[in-house]
Design a protein around this ligand. Sequence first.
Ligand code: 5AD
Ligand code: SF4
Length: 443
Amino acid sequence: MKSFFIQTFGCQMNVHDSQKIKEQLQAEKYTETEDITKADIIIANTCSVRHNPENKVYSFVGRTRRLKEKKKVLLGIAGCVAQQEGNRILKKYPSVDFVFGTDQLFSLPTILQKAEEGIRASYTDWLTTEHNIKEQNFIPTLEKTPVQEVTPGSDPKAMIAIAKGCNNFCSYCIVPYTRGQLISRPLHTIIEEATTLVAQGVKEILLVGQNVNAYKTREHSFYDVLKAVSDIKGLARVRFTSPHPNFWNNELTDLMTDRANIATLLHFPLQSGSDSILKAMFRHHTAAQYKAKVDYLQEKIPNLFLTTDIIVGFPGETLDDFQATLDMIEKVRFWQIYAFKYSPRPGTKSEAMEDSIPLKEKQRRLAALLALQSKIQDEKLDSLVGTKQEILFDSVHPQEKNVIVGTTDHGVRVNVQAPEAYIGEIKNVTISGRKTYSLIGTI
Ligand code: 5AD
Ligand code: SF4
């Protein structure tokens, strides 16, 4: 039996796409291996949103070269770097056998067949365009099901891509170029997939899209999707990521309040707390507008956990601008912040702006932000100690014996001494303590 190994970099969309790569390879009778040295097919699913992830890919290719000297292995590069660099990857790295971009996800069986015949090629054409989806009620690059099988005792969480691409063109962001325009799936196909998953035992569904709440078809909006999915009987939890604050409204907050199965966690990317930087980033909202939406969310959902993305050192960011970001963090009290140093990306609008903040200063701002956040995070985690939480268990602890791991409704990881048979189940757990980023609980 032949086996495959997938390494995933980057965002939830890539995690989703890797799952679809896996399902297609399994349908071709390959089995997954965690041991890269045993694999016959190695695929790196790449990310280009910042410099670092890109470098990781290149070192990954270097590492796999030696494996290829020992036996026949097919090496493929997928995802955003593949979409962007295409043929250049084949030229630069003789050990790479095939490259496929973000719209070619479901062409994998054909691509693989060609690679096995010894044809080295790059596949980066856009398959979903406005033109070819107008004619049909189905989006071939988003929804080819094999849907995930859930067996008792296995991870009961699944992802559904409801839309792909982004039309926002935030000035720093490469995503609209690597993922293409926003294309939303018809609602009925999302419901069908979700219903099948729930019937197969899935308890939690994560709806994914680069800009998930910009979802729009002729008939439906993101509100309709969230409402319809949360209506499915037997579905314990619904999450979604990543929303854009500009497409958020109080009706969505009200829906979250009304539905017990919509998780009390919201990723709400701020990027900056300064109006002039938000403007230069083309975020199309002010800090006050962001805060007003947060105020309503926190008023309606008092136990809500918010997470966010922040970029420090955007071109022209003054100390006052940076302070405005810290002030907003103090006020909102996120449970987690994904903070990044600005890095200019090829072809984006901000690439033309002078990258004016020296690396040292970006590092200093990042460290200051993380120091502040670490205190707030402690406080958020501490607030859960002593409470009762419903935990959905998904795996055994990688190191600790007799410990299984699950998540609270807010998405916080919890370690509990409990039988492995609880994996896939929701149990009431008392939170008895905490670690740096996770909690400890007892049944
Ligand atoms: N530089 C730094 N961070 C970036 N992000 C996106 N593009 C860049 C860039 N050029 C961050 C944003 C986004 C997250 C996924 O990555 O914060 O929300
Ligand atoms: Fe990038 Fe902005 Fe689209 Fe998010 S909304 S993917 S940051 S362009």
